[in-house]
Design a protein around this ligand. Structure first.
Ligand SMILES: Nc1cc(-c2ccc3ccn(Cc4ccc(CN5CCCCC5)cc4)c3c2)n[nH]1
Length: 242
């Protein structure tokens, strides 16, 4: 998979080259190119923003610079691409989106700053390729770069060969619609807190039941919306008895 990121702060994307993702890039599983939007400015001030039509706070990013940048970046590789534009006003990015993006040959991310990018940029490219305006949560960041780090990490870990232990991606929380329950490792007792006995019993049926119960309890307490979204047959009689 090829990933391109266009931003006025290329340094913000440096963490992509660390650790797991750094190894994925090194092993050729992932090809990441970060581009400085200002390379496509032509004025001495390298202006990328201007005042919003209709008034309002802050500045809006100019369409011309983004058009020149995205035309050049898209033309640099013939693989079909999906354009992903983080925004507070986007559709929520989910694990299902991460799986869908992991199947793409190429992702191009447009990182806005200020109050965002002139809407005509998204509208223009939506005539030529799939464009997603996505939010990573109901809070307002200063720009799209952190959202891109989140999305790239969620997608890259799903690529075959990137994770040392592929089972863990397959057994992600949300994969069965519930939050995952608590995890424990050695020592058996830590600061007078023992590991739950069932986990040391070797009784795999009882362990599976206990883990399911803890996942249900946690989901009820923290994410009742996930329960409501479960298909009707997702909870069995024992689940409902909890
Ligand atoms: N999930 C998520 C993604 C982002 C994100 C992504 C991309 C950009 C580009 C710029 N910013 C900053 C910014 C600040 C203020 C506004 C205006 N808006 C007015 C009404 C109330 C909400 C804010 C918009 C954009 C970005 C923020 N934040 N959170």
């Amino acid at each position: 998979m090829r990933i391109d990121v266009v931003t006025i702060f290329p340094g913000y994307l440096a963490p992509l080259r660390e650790a797991l993702l750094g190894r994925a890039i090194g092993s050729g599983l992932l090809d990441v190119a970060v581009h400085d939007l200002r390379d496509w400015t032509h004025d001495v001030h390298q202006a990328v923003d201007d005042s919003p039509y209709g008034g309002g706070p802050g500045m809006v990013m100019r369409p011309q610079v983004w058009g020149d940048a995205l035309d050049a970046v898209l033309a640099a590789d013939e693989r079909p691409a999906r354009l992903v534009v983080p925004t507070p006003a986007g559709r929520p990015f989910t694990q299902a989106d991460a799986h869908a993006y992991a199947a793409e040959e190429r992702l191009v991310f447009a990182c806005g700053r200020y109050e965002g990018i002139d809407q005509r940029v998204v509208d223009h490219y939506a005539d030529a390729l799939p464009v997603d305006e996505i939010s990573i949560g109901d809070y307002v960041l200063v720009g799209g770069e952190v959202a891109v780090l989140v999305v790239v990490e969620a997608v890259a870990r799903l690529l075959p060969g990137v994770l040392g232990n592929p089972r863990s991606a397959a057994e992600d929380s949300f994969s069965d619609g519930l939050l995952e329950g608590p995890s424990y490792t050695r020592p058996e007792v830590w600061r007078d807190r023992p590991v739950p006995d069932v986990l040391r019993s070797g009784n795999h049926g009882a362990i599976a039941r206990w883990r399911r119960d803890r996942a249900l309890e946690r989901t009820v307490a923290r994410r009742p919306d996930l329960l409501a979204a479960l298909p009707p047959d997702a909870l069995d009689k024992k689940d409902r008895a909890l």
